[in-house]
Design a protein around this ligand. Structure first.
Ligand SMILES: Nc1ncnc2c1ncn2[C@@H]1O[C@H](COP(=O)(O)OP(=O)(O)OP(=O)(O)O)[C@@H](O)[C@H]1O
Ligand SMILES: [Mg+2]
Length: 236
């Protein structure tokens, strides 16, 4: 495998992410010829991560301290697993999940993409799949010519999954309830790290998502309750 090209900080707003992880640009751009060195892995993982970050959140930086704790916990577990069973790179593949709750426009999605970007530059590999809950329900609608079970598994089995806006929208149909339960149950059973955002209040989780989903979320997730204003309206 070829070492990954250096990262231009002008093009990638990466300095705050490095500072949050006590790393420097010189470290990230270290050219040691070893494709599996930490900086090479970080550059590769970061460049892969940028491909799933939408334009609006391309410079997102997570500010919530609990997010940093979550990242560092998962990355620490990945390095510990690599020590026990040596592999070329440490890979984030199991551990706790994170639930970010808060009202419209408060910055939940922004914090989520900030987490994704920061995890990318730690030197552990994190292979993210990103989806909004509404898009997932639409993709999984049974229809001719589409193998929705394969699509379900692509999300359920993703090493790290970002589900944005869980519980949003109108009344849940049998289909969306079924998707919610199967997805959360799979991630719960296999202890797969999942970052979830939702507009629901903590006390609304059970009523909206069903007790069985809410119970699993409570056990599997660290929870952040964001408070504040709608940043979209403030900007306007
Ligand atoms: N800490 C921040 N610094 C700068 N811009 C921010 C920050 N947090 C959020 N924003 C911006 O504010 C807007 C709303 O943020 P975001 O989309 O994350 O809100 P949200 O809580 O996910 O809203 P919704 O519930 O409607 O999905 C976006 O344009 C986002 O880029
Ligand atoms: Mg959002």
């Amino acid at each position: 495998m070829e070492p990954t090209p250096k990262i231009n900080p002008e093009q990638h707003d990466i300095l705050p992410l490095l500072a949050a992880q006590n790393r420097t640009l010189d470290w990230l751009n270290t050219d040691d010829g070893n494709p599996y060195s930490l900086p090479n892995t970080a550059r590769r993982t970061y460049l892969n991560a940028t491909s799933v970050v939408p334009l609006r959140y391309r410079t997102a930086v997570a500010q919530q301290p609990e997010i940093r704790q979550w990242i560092n916990g998962l990355v620490g577990e990945a390095f510990a697993a690599q020590k026990k069973q040596p592999t070329p790179a440490a890979v984030v593949r199991s551990g706790p999940s994170l639930l970010i709750l808060g009202s419209v426009g408060i910055g939940k999605t922004y914090q989520g993409y900030g987490a994704l970007r920061e995890m990318a530059i730690t030197g552990a590999v994190a292979e993210w799949t990103v989806v909004t809950a509404a898009d997932l329900y639409a993709r999984l609608q049974p229809r001719f010519g589409v193998d929705s079970e394969t699509e379900f598994e692509r999300h359920a089995k993703a090493p790290v999954l970002f589900v944005d806006d869980l519980g949003a929208g109108g009344k849940l149909s049998e289909h969306t309830e079924n998707v919610n339960f199967r997805l959360i149950n799979y991630r719960y059973d296999h202890q797969l790290p999942t970052l979830i955002t939702s507009n629901l209040l903590p006390k609304e989780l059970g009523a909206r998502m069903g007790d069985r989903v809410a119970s699993r979320l409570v056990e599997m997730c660290h929870r952040i309750n964001m408070t504040g204003d709608d940043k979209r309206r403030r900007a306007a």
